[in-house]
Design a protein around this ligand. Structure first.
Ligand code: AMP
Length: 300
């Protein structure tokens, strides 16, 4: 089933111990969409500005993303983000963010997208996430991601969103920031009380944790030797996970576990190069091969 996503499309500049990438394609929406496209058709609703480099469109085409909902907005500028990784690559500082078009309203949802059943609200302004969600009263599953900036600056809107979604994906420090708990499982319990039926907490190189009303799942990360750029790891994890769910329709705990495992595998490829360069080189068969290896590592 088609999966629809909104989120940021960005012009990123990344500084890492492995090198620098200036003004490359990034944003939560594009990492998510590329990762999900290995499993299911992906529709996108997002805007870029007049400064969006035309050659970035080749990447959208490479992943066969449906672009009817992409607006090139006259008079606006594209979202920009600049980040710097510490020596160990697990920590990152945001050096600058220019919200630009992200602070404006979403483009209209194309009529042909109205039958979308799987909705992902990738990391962006929670007002934009709420705006997209309102278009799909008959959805099967709505999942959102968020981050520290929105927890700090848009908490009331984020809390309103949490009441309306089925699942939340966020990283460990964000779960703690949102709930003011220090223990991750307690933080997850506290998030379930805010509305969602399940929460997936991403723990970087330590894997991921799912807490669902019906039980828990813990998964390790795929052991990665060559981490070049972790940017988009969380978004590509979510894309692999949601793409897999949309392709199977399986919302059982074991279905969610398999989907999380595929998310783990897509993310492990994404971090092997800057921007989306590594994802561009692989096919679904590569994901299946690494997924088998991952299961074997766990004795499964
Ligand atoms: P991740 O590494 O999974 O956290 O995703 C990094 C991507 O998120 C980058 O490509 C950025 O363009 C994008 N990003 C950074 N800050 C924000 C923000 N406040 N809202 C939306 N997207 C963001």
């Amino acid at each position: 089933m088609p999966l629809i996503v909104t989120g940021s499309i960005g012009i990123d500049s990344v500084h890492a111990p492995t090198g620098d990438a200036e003004e490359v394609l990034g944003g939560s929406c594009i990492y998510f969409a590329a990762a999900a496209s290995f499993f299911t058709p992906v529709r996108l609703v997002a805007a870029v500005g007049e400064d969006f480099p035309p050659h970035f469109m080749d990447t959208f085409r490479r992943f066969r993303i449906d672009l009817a909902g992409l607006e090139h907005r006259a008079g606006s500028k594209t979202f920009r983000w600049r980040g710097k990784y510490h020596e160990n690559m697990n920590q990152r500082d945001t050096l600058s963010v220019e919200l630009n078009v992200l602070a404006e309203s979403l483009p209209p949802v194309p009529h042909q997208y109205r039958d979308s059943e799987y909705i992902f609200l990738a990391n962006t302004h929670p007002a934009g996430q709420l705006e997209l969600l309102a278009n799909f009263p008959h959805r099967k599953l709505a999942v959102a991601d968020t981050m520290d900036l929105w927890i700090e600056t848009e908490r009331p809107t984020l809390l309103e969103l949490l009441k309306k979604i089925d699942g939340l994906v966020l990283n460990d420090s964000e779960a703690i920031m949102l709930t003011e708990q220090t223990n991750l499982i307690r933080a997850a319990d506290a998030i379930l009380k805010l509305g969602p039926k399940f929460v997936v907490i991403k723990k970087g190189e330590h894997g991921s944790l799912l807490v669902h009303k019906t039980g828990e799942v813990v998964l390790p990360a795929f052991p990665a030797r060559d981490v070049i750029d972790p940017t988009g790891a969380g978004d590509s994890f979510a894309g692999g996970m949601m793409g897999h769910i949309a392709s199977t329709g399986d919302l059982s705990l074991s279905g969610l576990r398999t989907a999380m495992a595929y998310g783990t595998i897509v993310a492990s490829y994404n971090i092997e190069a800057f921007s989306l360069e590594r994802m561009k080189q692989i096919e679904k068969a590569d994901l299946d091969k690494r997924y088998k290896l991952y299961r074997a590592m766990m004795g499964a």
